[in-house]
Design a protein around this ligand. Structure first.
Ligand code: ATP
Ligand code: MG
Length: 199
């Protein structure tokens, strides 16, 4: 790099630093964050569990609610329950397509009762509501009730909602929204879901 370019680069970086510093200075509010992780790409639930691990790693308390019982055992659950993280897993054969509306609704409601308790508990720093979006899309849970519970949760409690097709009211309410876009997925090339990677 020529001396002239070096100087230009330095000046530009200095400006970036000033802007970032100013933004950091402005961001002074302390509060629990509501995050929605949606989209059709892979990485929504793993991202949610990553934040749970981050939270627990600081000696803080997290709880996990899984609104869809996977076809396979959940690797994260095996690890995190040993670390003292409570799990509520929807008890039904329900996977992706709706099977029996009545039993699915009952199962979703029962799981939601547990979620609501955690959403009122000041001792819980983070609640992961994995695959909650489908419960709203299928009308298994009442969206108004979900929003009310989220709005009235303890001020310092963070919540992560994952799942495709997040309802607009959920993304509007959220502080942070990430959409994971599918570029390609191994499954489309005929590769089976792999233990220790996909579950
Ligand atoms: P992960 O749990 O791996 O982070 P996810 O939560 O983003 O995935 P879900 O929509 O909940 O994705 O789907 C769960 C399962 O489906 C996982 O085994 C995942 O690998 C697989 N999957 C995710 N996205 C796709 C996709 N675009 N095509 C095919 N399978 C997918
Ligand atoms: Mg998922």
């Amino acid at each position: 790099m020529s001396e002239h370019n070096q100087d230009k680069h330095k000046a530009r970086q200095q400006k970036v630093k000033e802007q970032v510093d100013a933004k950091i200075e402005q961001a002074q509010e302390e509060k629990g964050i509501l995050q929605v992780i949606t989209g059709n790409g892979k990485g929504k639930s793993t991202s949610g569990f990553g934040t749970v691990a981050r939270c627990v790693g600081h000696g803080m308390n997290a709880a996990v609610v899984q609104f869809i019982k996977g076809m396979w055992e959940c690797g994260e659950r095996n690890l995190l329950e040993r670390a003292g993280v409570p799990f509520a897993v929807m008890k039904t054969g329900f996977t992706w397509e709706t099977q029996n509306r009545e039993t699915d609704t009952q199962a979703a409601q029962a799981t939601w009762q547990q979620a609501k308790q955690w959403l009122r508990d000041e001792d819980i720093d983070l609640v992961l509501l994995d695959e909650l979006t489908y419960m709203v899309s299928y009308d298994y849970l009442d969206l108004d009730e979900v929003i009310e519970a989220l709005e009235n949760r303890p001020a310092m409690q963070s919540v992560i909602i994952t799942g495709r097709g997040a309802h607009r009211r959920l993304t509007e309410l959220a502080d942070t929204v990430s959409e994971v876009r599918n570029v390609k997925h191994a499954f489309e090339a005929g590769i089976k879901a792999q233990k220790g990677f996909d579950f």
